[in-house]
Structures are given as structure tokens and as C-alpha cells.
Design a protein around this ligand. Structure first.
Ligand code: MN
Length: 251
């Protein structure tokens, strides 16, 4: 039976993690290692300034006082002697579309699995109601994972519309769209009258391309974006080289 490591960024008590566990438990042996609190927006951060504590909970899940990437690192190297076959992160409460991927702890947990040499999938529900739908999506992808061959150093970012399963129109392979700038921070006063700031929600979609993750979700499709960690803007290499050549020509 396959061995799956589950994690998330919403925390070990999040309903999405429970839904993911329930959807996958018939298909595989599962280990769950997740942050002890909401670490949404943690991205790929690792805790390097203190040791981590790993606690076994009554339901068999493990919690860590750290980030999603800490959890997957410990899950692979501390909780299990054998390497999992697959790392699945989620089900996130809210979409991870376009630039969200850069901030997402959900995607980062999957990315840490990939960095440790495993296949990895991040699953997010673009909403807060139909975790069961996202669970069915995760189960169908895990069931078919053996037949997918990806280039090395890739992972899948999956977003699921917040709809009943019967209303899902299908699956689409997508590219990451882009968001516009975030809104201004919300200024509040703390109980001692000091000014504090809430970081505002992410910007709206600023890329109307029909092949984007945003467009798939809008049309009622599950969006599957293959990701790589190489952020090099390959198309800009020639521009930068030309710029440098001109600079050295002046010298
Ligand atoms: Mn989250």
C-alpha cells in the first residue's frame, strides 16, 4: 500500500486536513504532520532560530510548532523511517491561484516534499464549503498518480471550485495567472492606542487569459498547474546579457 505524508498550512486542527485524511485513508497508509496553528502565508520558511517540538495527538496526527516546510521535513526525516511515496498538502481553506503560490504555505509543504525527492501535490479549495469535493479530487489524483510522469523537480498545484461534486465540469491543465497589487493595509488601534496594520487581501486577478488557473476556476473546472521552482525568467536572459555587453562596451 502506498505511503502518503499529509500536511497543510491552516494547522493540524483545520477541517480541510481532516477532509483530506478521510478522502485518502482508504487508498493509502497516511501520516499527518502539520503546524500546531494557522501558518497560512508562511511560504517556504524554515524555523532555524530554535529547536522544533513534535507532538503526537490523540487522533494519530502529529503537530509541530513550526512552519509547513518544517513539518514535511520532520515528517520525512523524523516521523517515518521509510520515505513516503507522495506528499499531499491541503486541503487549503481558500484558493492558491496565480501569485498566491509565492506566499502559500500549502504549496510550500508540497514543494518541500519535492525538494526532498518525492512526488508532491498541493490541493486548495477556492472557498470554504465543499471540502468533500476537494477530497474526491485529491483521491482521484492520488489513485492515478502512478501513471503520471513529470519532468524532474516538478509538483502539481491543484485548485478546486467550491461546488458540489456533481457540478464540477472537469479538469483543466492551466498556467499560473497574475494578480494585481494587494490592497492597502487596514489600520487599527491596539488596546493601548498604538497603531497596528492588518495586511489586506491579495489583489484581484489581473490576467484574463483563458488558460490560467483563475479562468478554470471561474468556469467550474478543477485547475491543475504543474509548477517548477526555477524562477529564472529565461526570456529575459538575452535582454540582460545585451545590457551587460553594452555596459562593458562603455567601460
Ligand atoms: Mn492556508
Amino acid at each position: 500500500m502506498r505511503k502518503l505524508l499529509l500536511s497543510n498550512d491552516d494547522g493540524v486542527h483545520a477541517p480541510g486536513l481532516k477532509a483530506l485524511y478521510e478522502a485518502l485513508s482508504v487508498h493509502a497508509r497516511l501520516r499527518v504532520v502539520a503546524p500546531d496553528r494557522d501558518k497560512s502565508g508562511a511560504s517556504n520558511s524554515l524555523t532555524l532560530s530554535r529547536p522544533l517540538s513534535l507532538a503526537a495527538l490523540d487522533n494519530g496526527f502529529y503537530s509541530v510548532d513550526g512552519t509547513p516546510a518544517d513539518c514535511v521535513y520532520l515528517g520525512v526525516n523524523g516521523v517515518w523511517d521509510e520515505k513516503p511515496d507522495l506528499v499531499i498538502s491541503g486541503i487549503n481553506h481558500g484558493g492558491n491561484l496565480g501569485d498566491d503560490v509565492l506566499y502559500s504555505g500549502t504549496v510550500a509543504a508540497a514543494m518541500e516534499g519535492r525538494n526532498l525527492g518525492m512526488a508532491a501535490i498541493a490541493v486548495s479549495l477556492v472557498g470554504s464549503r465543499h471540502f468533500d469535493t476537494a477530497g474526491r479530487v485529491a483521491a482521484s489524483l492520488v489513485g492515478a498518480a502512478d501513471t503520471l510522469s513529470l519532468p524532474p523537480r516538478s509538483l502539481l498545484n491543484v485548485n478546486v471550485p467550491d461546488l458540489p461534486w456533481e457540478e464540477i465540469r472537469g479538469f483543466r491543465v492551466t498556467r499560473m495567472g497574475y494578480r494585481g497589487p494587494a490592497q492597502r493595509p487596514l489600520e487599527v488601534k491596539d488596546p493601548r492606542g498604538r497603531t497596528r496594520y492588518w495586511i489586506a487581501p491579495a489583489g484581484e486577478s489581473a490576467d484574463e487569459g483563458s488558460d490560467t488557473d483563475f479562468a478554470a476556476i471561474e468556469a467550474g473546472y478543477v485547475s491543475i498547474t504543474p509548477l517548477q521552482t526555477d524562477l529564472t525568467r529565461h526570456a529575459a536572459i538575452g535582454d540582460v546579457r545585451g545590457w551587460l555587453d553594452a555596459l562593458s562596451g562603455q567601460a
